[in-house]
Design a protein. Structure first.
Length: 476
């Protein structure tokens, strides 16, 4: 308060008057809006043992996103003491019992409702909400994709009328079908920016799982059932997950087909098996290894997403599609040491550029902060700092046993004396005279407080010991 009188309002409006904790969501939304930070979401569908996990990892590293691997998620939930974990354990026990009984009719895979519940729980975290996510290895069927990425919306009046008319025609023909009242639309919070489908031959998937270190008896029965399901739900060249992405979500997915395990060995430089002729060196597409196929797919997905909109995340902007395409593997002979040195030099140059860009961003943010904090600094320097500074100087001079209590009492005395001075000025009707400055009033309060004059304090206050004297009221 200026001169200890009525509260002086600052020359700016508080945006979050209730404090940061009560308005953290508002502050976060403002931060994202002004910096155009929007989540980016990817889905890489593939069966058990496919390269979907590796492709998802490439995208997650490129855009600094949480990576949700479906098989790892289910294994984590199996050991979690949560309602979802218990539900997963119960269903897995049913599946194990069904797999052990040759006459059992199932279930042999997790129901779509359980799988979707697990994924929904995984993407409900704050990093996924604000930055986005990459889901790998899920969904594996159109049913799972529909349940995860779509929601029901009531039909508009025109579409509802058409559906009712079609139902009436079917009823006349003797067909009794329920007239739809809702339609499937993309689900808010799960709108994908990019998608990919990874087809993997059974021998390549089997080889990858055998190298995972897990006992074969733990995954082999489930692996066979899931491979059969994938082949049935997503036959190459027929409708499947890829058509769902195109039709329901309006996305053109990148479709990656891994080479067979025998061809992968040839592409990596090993000798072809005796029963298979060597791969034709002129057929570059056939000679690509699994790593190269997945890298090309990652470049393709990234290029499509960045062509649709600018990706702003919570990290430096990723390299553009051209830079990624330059790194995309080609079916060429490996370069020599000179080429490797050039690549290393180019990477160092790009790293320096990123660091310089970050430093420039820091400087710009500091300038903005200084500009926006100027009104608050002026308010503090005019009405708060002079009084508190004088009080601290007095504390240093007197060196009391309780410095904090001494300073609080000093501010209280200063406020009371300031009110008296202002009342005296008003009684004298000195219209042209200015009120004493905060620094002068503070100095007067210091002198009065040092003299410990009873006249400068209310009677009941002067009679109290130091530790019981009233503190400065909140209006000051």
């Amino acid at each position: 308060a200026a001169g200890g009188g009525a509260v002086v309002k600052p020359g700016f409006r508080w945006w979050c008057e209730a404090g940061l904790a009560a308005n953290v969501a508002t502050v976060g939304a403002e931060f994202r809006r002004w910096r155009r930070l929007t989540p980016v979401r990817f889905c890489v569908a593939g069966t058990m043992g496919s390269g979907a996990t590796e492709l998802g990892r490439l995208l997650a590293e490129r855009y600094n996103l949480p990576h949700i691997v479906f098989d790892d998620l289910i294994e984590e939930l199996r050991n979690a003491e949560t309602p979802t974990g218990q539900m997963v354990r119960d269903k897995l026990a049913e599946i194990e019992a069904a797999l052990g009984n040759p006459k059992s009719a199932g279930p042999f895979v997790l129901p779509a409702s359980v799988s979707v519940k697990a994924v929904e729980e995984a993407v409900s975290t704050k990093p996924c909400e604000y930055r986005g996510f990459v889901i790998s290895g899920f969904p594996q069927s159109v049913e799972e994709a529909t349940e995860l990425f779509c929601e029901d919306r009531p039909l508009d009046p025109e579409a509802a009328a058409e559906a009712a008319a079609a139902g009436a025609k079917d009823a006349k023909k003797g067909k009794k079908e329920e007239v739809p009242t809702t339609e499937k639309v993309p689900r808010a919070g799960f709108l994908l920016d990019g998608a990919a489908v990874v087809h993997c031959p059974e021998d390549a998937a089997l080889l990858r799982l055998q190298g995972s270190g897990r006992p074969e008896e733990q995954w082999m029965p489930t692996f066979k059932r899931r491979m059969e399901r994938w082949a049935k739900e997503n036959p190459e060249g027929s409708p499947g997950i890829a058509d769902f992405f195109r039709g329901k979500l309006g996305l053109e997915p990148s479709v990656a087909t891994e080479p067979p395990a025998s061809q992968e060995a040839t592409a990596d430089g090993g000798a072809p098996p005796p029963e298979q002729p060597p791969v034709d060196g002129g057929n570059a597409a056939a000679a690509l290894s699994v790593a190269e196929v997945l890298e090309v797919a990652a470049v393709e997905v990234s290029a499509r997403v960045e062509a649709a909109r600018q990706i702003n995340n919570f990290m430096p902007a990723p390299p553009g599609p051209k830079a990624a395409e330059e790194r995309a593997p080609q079916a060429e002979a490996p370069g020599g040491e000179e080429a490797a040195a050039r690549r290393e030099e180019e990477e160092l140059r790009k790293k320096r550029e990123r660091e310089e860009k970050l430093e420039q961003i820091k400087k710009e943010e500091l300038v903005k902060l200084e500009k926006h904090s100027e009104p608050l600094r002026q308010y503090l320097m005019s009405f708060v700092v002079p009084t508190v500074t004088t009080g601290l100087v007095e504390v240093c001079r007197q060196q009391p046993e309780d410095p904090v209590g001494y300073l609080a009492e000093y501010l209280s005395v200063y406020a009371q004396m300031s009110r008296k001075r202002r009342s005296s000025v008003r009684r004298d009707s000195a219209a042209t005279s200015a009120a004493p400055s905060p620094a002068a009033a503070a100095a007067a309060a210091a002198a009065a407080f040092a003299s410990a004059s009873a006249a400068s304090l209310p009677a009941q206050t002067a009679a109290l010991p130091m530790e019981k004297m009233p503190l400065m009221s909140t209006e000051h």
